[in-house]
Design a protein around this ligand. Structure first.
Ligand SMILES: [Zn+2]
Length: 298
């Protein structure tokens, strides 16, 4: 067997091995994310003290703190006091691990990503930046579900870090020069923040109460800073659509009043994740649908 044959055989094995490693890495970060979701809204440090049971206060040993596996081994109960551990812990670890693998398969060394239908972009810097975006979006989502707020570390932190990272990695906006990345990111943040701010102001005028939280305005600014202004339009469309469907279903099922506030942050986050994974493909199909492409002459 020569080297070329060996690579051909080892290729798929290496790809599966790499995806498994990424899954394990994502599950570990998901585990850390659970700590952030619990502690950041309570303004506690995410580093100290070590993880402990919120009910009996017992320290959690490392072998009871293995992502995904410990939850199953302990059957969702604290070893000391047997109180039930929320399924959120397992769900977040699985979600982050799965999303990390999807980003890896798309933008990693063997990825198939195309930015807005242009050349394939396989870049490790894109993988890392999108992992960071996944982390922030999942964090914002679960804190918003529980506390009806999105932490400033996610929203303002997202706008600032998005502009800095876009300057360092202009490939994020399909740009070559640092000022291209900086400009695209700045315009994205401005469009995202501006549109939602306008909607918030108009909503207040029409409904005479806060129709949209300011956290959502800042979150859309962060989405624009990382993903650009087209992603903002896409996110706005998809998130309003999803939000309307869920909102109307909840009202129809009698679970909510028409007036009650529904967190919008999770829909922004979900739509932004859809953009990262499949957005440009969907966007191009949508544009082709609006303006059918002219058939090339023979
Ligand atoms: Zn306990």
């Amino acid at each position: 067997m020569n080297l070329a044959e060996a690579i051909l055989i080892m290729g798929p094995v290496w790809q599966i091995y790499a995806a498994l490693l990424v899954f394990a890495f994502g599950a570990c970060l998901g585990s850390f994310l659970n700590v952030c979701i619990h502690r950041i809204p309570r303004e506690e440090s995410v580093i100290r003290p070590r993880s402990h049971c919120p009910s009996c206060g017992a320290l959690i040993h490392w072998h009871d703190n293995i992502p995904l596996l410990s939850y199953l081994a302990l059957r969702a109960r604290c070893r000391k006091c047997s109180i039930r551990i929320s399924p959120r812990y397992f769900l977040v670890e699985l979600l982050v691990a799965g999303l990390f693998v999807l980003v890896w398969l798309k933008y990693g060394p063997d990825g198939t990503a195309r930015v807005l239908g242009l050349a394939p972009v396989n870049s490790l810097s894109l993988v890392v930046v999108y992992w960071l975006a996944v982390f922030g979006l999942v964090l914002g989502t679960f804190v918003d579900f529980e506390h009806m707020i999105i932490p400033d570390r996610v929203t303002i932190g997202g706008m600032i870090s998005g502009i800095l990272i876009s300057t360092l990695f202009p490939v994020l906006h399909n740009q070559a020069a640092f000022y291209g990345g900086l400009g695209s990111s700045f315009i994205g943040a401005l469009v995202g923040f501006g549109i939602l701010w306008l909607i918030a102001i108009l909503g207040k005028l029409v409904f005479r109460k806060d129709a949209m939280g300011f956290g959502d305005v800042k979150l859309m600014g962060a989405v624009g800073a990382y993903l650009g202004w087209i992603a903002v339009l896409f996110t706005l469309m998809i998130s309003s659509f999803l939000g309307a469907i869920v909102g109307i279903s909840l009202v129809a099922a009698g679970k909510r009043e028409m007036q009650s506030r529904i967190p919008y942050g999770p829909y922004i986050a979900l739509a932004a994740l859809v953009w990262i994974l499949w957005g440009p493909t969907i966007w191009n199909a949508y544009l082709d649908f609006l303006i059918p492409p002219v058939e090339a002459l023979p």
